[in-house]
Each structure stands twice: as structure tokens, then as C-alpha cells.
Ligand binder design. Sequence first.
Ligand SMILES: Nc1nc2c(ncn2[C@@H]2O[C@H](COP(=O)(O)OP(=O)(O)OP(=O)(O)O)[C@@H](O)[C@H]2O)c(=O)[nH]1
Ligand SMILES: [Mg+2]
Length: 196
Amino acid sequence: MANPFKNAQFVASFGTVEQLPPSTEPEVSFVGRSNVGKSSLINALLGRKALAKVSGKPGKTQTINFFEASGIHFVDLPGYGFAHRSKQERQRWADLISAYFESERSHNLVISLIDIRLDPQTLDARMIDYLKSAKLPFIVALTKADKLKSRTKQQASLTKLSNAFGLDPLACVVTSAEKKQGIDTLARYIERACFE
Ligand SMILES: Nc1nc2c(ncn2[C@@H]2O[C@H](COP(=O)(O)OP(=O)(O)OP(=O)(O)O)[C@@H](O)[C@H]2O)c(=O)[nH]1
Ligand SMILES: [Mg+2]
């Protein structure tokens, strides 16, 4: 299945959580380090090349961006860990993300993205601990799997990262937006979280 979600469209961008209208549809949000591939993964799921803006330069997505497809809101969140950010910008990120997750919304599923090639990172561990402690329903998408040549290497990385972050390996999906790997599996998790 090339694009599991139909008739995708951009809804709106919000710079603060106060601007967000109440949830009218189930919400699936995407969090992770800047440049990890959040916007690319949304495009792959929605079967669109450039609906969400992608950039090789970290820190591209700065606002909360809503997309809609098949009765679901896909929420592209700004990334964390961008090395050149000022303290003020880091604080703005933290305030925006915590305000989004703590607001009374239809948080059906959070997809936490982690680069499959990296050793376990402190910032990713913090994000996962936050999702666990906030009792948000989440799964992990390991991104850019096309950059690891063999499935054996991909599986080894999945085992290492799921152990390090204390995650059920079944809740970690190996993905590549580039090669459309793992997109159907993610889509099934999303549909289950939104409609069952
Ligand atoms: N090889 C490969 N590159 C990818 C993949 N997904 C994303 N990229 C590249 O990684 C870079 C960042 O992608 P984005 O989707 O913009 O990342 P993001 O997480 O939205 O980044 P911010 O908006 O800055 O937080 C771009 O150059 C993408 O082309 C993938 O599956 N494989
Ligand atoms: Mg982005």
C-alpha cells in the first residue's frame, strides 16, 4: 500500500498552544530531535512529497503544524536538540511541547522518532521518559533505516535502542521515509489508536 491515508491536506500552523482550536479529530503527533525525519515520515504516511516542509538544515519546523487525512489530524512538532539554539529558543520549545501534551486534547498516539544509526542519546531518553511519565500512548519509529545496509544491522540497532530506552521491541518500528519501509506497519498502529 503506497499511501495508507487519503486526501491529505494542510490545516494550519500554530506558534502557541493557546492558538490551537479544540481537537475535532483523533490526533497523532510526531516528536524527535531536529533533522530526525519527522516531516519526511509524515509525507511518506500521507503519500505526499512535500506537504510537510523538509530540510537538510536542522530546526526547519518551528511551529505546530496540523495536517488532515482520513479523519485524523497529523501533528508535526518542532524538533529538539538543535545545537545552535539559544537557551531562550530551547525554553520556547520545551514550553510549546509540554503545553501541547498537557492540554486537554485527543492524544491518540505519539510517534517518537529516533535515528536508527545513533547510539542511545540523552535527549531521546528524556523524551521517552516524559512520554512514559505523562502516560501518553506512544510508539517509536526508528528513522533513516535505508542508511543501514542490511536488515541484520537494522534489527541489531532496534534491539540495542529498545533495551537502552526500556521499550518493548514490538513498539519500535524500523522505518525509512526514503524507501517507504515500515510505513504500512506505522499506519496500522495509527489506525488502531484512532479508530479501535
Ligand atoms: N536517507 C534518508 N534521509 C532522510 C529520511 N527521512 C528524512 N531524511 C532526510 O533528513 C533530513 C531532515 O528531514 P526532515 O523530515 O526535515 O526532519 P525533521 O525531523 O522534520 O526536522 P526539523 O523540522 O528540523 O525538526 C532531510 O534532509 C531529509 O531528506 C530517510 O528515511 N532516509
Ligand atoms: Mg520538520
